[in-house]
Design a protein around this ligand. Structure first.
Ligand code: NAP
Length: 207
């Protein structure tokens, strides 16, 4: 038995969750030998305070539905129940308090979001708090991104995984629903049914 727990925390807006996210979580679980992955929908995403985001409860419920059958995945309400703008550093500190020094934290999210996280609040505190796993879509120019973000890279422990399934995107799914185009096979069927039941994404958005 291992003395430490390797805990994946999968951060995102999940508006909506799709197979790209789920494949990312599974890849991270296996590649980094994690004990489990906690899917963590953001309450008020820091990058999106001035754009329209679907109410947190809907986004949370869709993540629960999408992950229900996988014993290695769970969903946390921590960020949606915390008032104010959602900062990853607050989440990692809270998880560190809950799980103690014997848990190793791995924060999994999209590569572009990682640069934002470490540019923002309390960036100097990330080293030692968590390892970052940054997922990229096919065609993402990692070399160029690493050059542009060399300063952020020096502040954190980060690994990159390319996830072909991330050709699927939440933005594209929202657009498809608004245009009455199919979303089947881009996400678990029950999530697509939830979107239809509650009439989500029917109106086109600016973002
Ligand atoms: P975003 O800007 O909407 O996403 C950036 C890119 O990453 C998009 O292509 C997105 O694709 C992808 N992505 C997002 N979450 C992903 C995931 N879990 N797995 C794979 N790809 C993912 O990012 P966001 O959703 O607002 O933020 C992502 C995470 O970073 C959240 O946990 C958020 O709280 C955190 N964050 C924190 C700060 C901060 O603390 N200052 C700042 C920014 C972000 P999709 O659109 O298809 O998801």
């Amino acid at each position: 038995m291992r003395a430490t727990t390797r805990l994946g925390i999968m951060g995102g807006t999940f508006d909506p969750i799709h197979f790209g996210h789920l494949v990312t979580a599974e890849e991270a679980l296996v590649q980094f030998n994690l004990d489990r992955v906690i899917v963590m929908p953001a309450g008020r995403p820091a990058r999106k305070t001035d754009v329209e985001v679907t109410p947190a409860e809907h986004r949370y419920l869709m993540t629960v539905i999408a992950t229900a059958a996988n014993p290695d995945f769970e969903v946390s309400r921590m960020e949606i129940d915390r008032p104010g703008v959602t900062y990853t550093v607050d989440t990692l500190n809270a998880l560190r308090d809950v799980h103690g020094p014997h848990a190793e934290l791995f924060f999994i999210t999209g590569a572009d979001a990682v640069w934002e996280i470490v540019m923002w609040k309390d960036a100097e505190r990330f080293r030692g708090l968590a390892t970052f796993i940054a997922a990229t879509r096919p065609g993402y120019d990692l070399e160029a991104a690493q050059q542009v973000h060399s300063e952020e890279l020096s502040r954190i422990d980060i690994h990159f995984i390319e996830v072909p399934a991330l050709a699927i995107s939440s933005t594209d799914i929202r657009r498809r629903v608004a245009e009455r185009r199919p979303i089947r096979y881009l996400m678990p069927e029950a999530v697509a049914a939830y979107i239809q039941k509650y009439g989500l994404y029917r109106e086109a958005r600016q973002s």
